[in-house]
Design a protein around this ligand. Structure first.
Ligand code: DGT
Ligand code: CA
Ligand code: CA
Ligand code: ZN
Length: 576
């Protein structure tokens, strides 16, 4: 295994050394280290190549002593001198150094100006918006600090689907442009669209693996190379994500099937293959006797050879899909282009960023037939919830936007808070004026199970409620779901003709796949919404559809796949 440090990483260590020396009042040396760090950052060549050629001394500012240190660092990945300097630092500096982007110098400023001396006080200051006010910091470094903290905290190792997917699609796009690549596909948990992703897996079909590998490991976003071999490489990219690339010469379908997983799915498929006298692995499907290849070019072919329907990657969790595929009874799950409108969105009336018209125009651009504006109700002071008068005023503006923007229907609405006692935050005479009412919980998450269940079912019994928003309240890695009897909630939703929301916010993804499947089996209906607070986050809808697909939902189960003219039949107060 070969591990190489990038120029930028070497430079960062030299900058850190300079900062530490400066804090110790050492003369001259800090500026010498800083000069070399800057030269290394400006190099057009890989510093590892220079080291191999014995040319480190050609770098501006490098003398004998720094040359030695660079050599040590590049060959061992460590530097004894640096470790020794670090050892002498106060504990809080060492803790804070773990935050990506923070070096001794910045930490010193944070400590002197804001008294920050721990990860905890750093987080408090960042959250209070105090760091952006410091010279040389700004809003961007504040939000980067918060992101870095989140990574360190809770030892979070998996990333959210919503974070990993755009990154992976970018890399996939670059690889697709390579003339040497005849096929490119995302694989692994990301292709299955799991809500969290361990690492990104990408497969490339090519007869020129070395070229593809060289391109991949030299992409500008690559920060570290963990392993580089003839057919597999692993790298860490700028944002800390690990990306695995495999190059396959032939039988791409077999490799794609294998590396898409899940492992549990693969194990079950293999057992069936064995029973049929076959063998399946990443190279193909083979007759056990004689080892003759029978399938491998496409996934379709692979599954067919084993006597199964080919299924969407989102279904491959060994959760019943194999039995269904053997009987030719796979569900026809909802596709990514079947959503006709978003029924849970926010504007700058409350905690959203955009105006009503901006949201409506963005929805139109997505090709939607309708959108509902559902800002928060008054009990939500943090989100600047609307009181009755403000809501009535907004209703007028929403209706005006509906008249003004042609080609899309704009519904009035509210995301009305379910209060601690199960009452809604607006009285019925207000609610009945709205086209779409989403009822959600935003407070007292810790109610005991029985109380929480009663609180929710009580709210769903209100005849004006159309949708139960983010039904379990969980926030991935941040907040557990409410303690609630979900079966009773589904039952109440079904009886009261309330749709269960699949909320597409990357952190929410709520209901999740397992719950959606459970609710569907009981007969529930769904709406996939984004809960967008900006025009761009209307695009999160794709994540919600992934979750619905993983929950085996079909088009007919999801009310906002229906065209506008059918909505009055599906929602009580919608009129056209
Ligand atoms: P992750 O990265 O933790 O979110 O999950 P995956 O599913 O992407 O897992 P990963 O990256 O370790 O491996 C990618 C795929 O390769 C996995 O979904 C199935 C396949 N695979 C990996 N190891 C094994 C194995 O030991 N047996 C079988 N049958 N398949 C495996
Ligand atoms: Ca993976
Ligand atoms: Ca992997
Ligand atoms: Zn909400």
């Amino acid at each position: 295994m070969l591990s190489a440090m990038k120029n930028s990483e070497v430079a960062e260590i030299l900058y850190n050394i300079a900062d530490i020396l400066e804090m110790q009042d050492v003369a001259f040396k800090p500026s010498a280290y800083r000069k070399v760090a800057r030269s290394i950052e400006a190099l057009s060549e890989d510093i590892n190549e220079l080291a191999k050629k014995g040319k480190l001394k050609d770098i501006a500012g490098v003398g004998e002593s720094i040359e030695k240190k660079l050599q040590e660092l590049l060959t061992t990945g460590k530097l004894a001198y640096y470790d020794k300097l670090m050892k002498g630092l106060p504990k809080h500096i060492l803790d804070l150094m773990e935050v990506p982007g923070l070096g001794p110098k910045k930490i010193k400023v944070l400590n002197e100006k804001l008294g920050i001396d721990s990860l905890k006080s750093l987080e408090a200051a960042a959250k209070a918006g105090k760091i952006r006010e410091l010279e040389h910091f700004g809003e961007k470094s504040e939000s980067e600090i918060l992101k870095g903290l989140e990574l360190i905290k809770g030892g979070r190792q998996r990333m959210l689907l919503g974070e990993a997917l755009p990154t992976a699609l970018e890399i996939e796009k670059k690889l697709k442009k390579l003339p040497e690549a005849s096929a490119v596909s995302i694989a692994g948990s990301l292709r299955r669209r799991k809500e969290t992703i361990g690492d990104i897996d990408i497969l490339v079909a090519s007869k020129k693996a070395p070229k593809v590998m060289a391109f991949f490991t030299k992409m500008p976003e690559v920060k570290r190379i963990l392993a580089q071999g003839p057919t597999k490489s692993s790298v860490i990219i700028e944002n800390g994500m690990q990306v695995d690339l495999r190059v396959i010469e032939k039988n791409f379908g077999a490799a794609l099937q294998y590396f898409t997983g899940s492992k549990e799915h693969n194990v079950a498929v293999r057992d069936i293959a064995i029973k049929k006298g076959l063998k399946i692995n990443e190279y193909g499907v083979f007759k056990r006797k004689g080892n003759r290849l029978v399938a491998g070019k496409t996934e379709q072919e692979v599954y067919k050879a084993i006597g199964m329907q080919c299924m969407a990657p989102e279904l491959r969790e060994n959760a019943g899909e194999i039995e269904a595929a053997l009987k030719n009874k796979l569900p026809k799950i909802i596709s990514y282009n079947e959503i006709k409108g978003d029924l849970h969105t926010h504007t700058n009336y409350t905690d959203g960023k955009n105006t009503i018209v901006e949201m409506v125009q963005a929805a139109k651009k997505l090709g939607y037939e309708y959108i509902a504006i559902t800002d928060h109700s008054r009990s939500e002071p943090i989100a600047h919830g609307l009181d009755e008068d403000q809501l009535l005023f907004q209703i007028k503006e929403v209706k005006e936007a509906d008249r003004k923007v042609k080609g899309i229907k704009v519904f009035t609405g509210s995301e009305v808070d379910i209060k601690g006692n199960g009452e809604l935050d607006f009285p019925d005479e207000i609610l009945k004026k709205l086209d779409i009412v989403v009822a959600s919980i935003h407070s007292r998450f810790k109610s005991p199970k029985e109380l929480m269940t009663k609180r929710i079912t009580n709210a769903l019994e209100n005849e004006h409620v159309d949708i139960f928003g983010h039904p379990t309240g969980r926030m991935i890695y941040m907040r557990e779901p409410y303690n609630v009897d979900l079966k009773k909630v589904y039952r109440s939703a079904i009886d009261n003709k309330v749709a269960m929301e699949i909320n597409s916010q990357p952190k929410r993804m709520d209901l999740n796949d397992v719950h959606a499947k459970e609710a569907k089996e009981m007969g529930a209906k769904f709406v996939i919404n984004t809960d967008a607070h900006t025009t761009s986050s209307l695009g999160f809808i794709q994540l919600g559809v992934s979750m619905a697909r993983r929950g085996w939902l079909e088009k007919k189960d999801v009310l906002n796949t229906y065209p506008l003219k059918q909505l009055p039949k599906l929602f009580r107060k919608v009129r056209l």
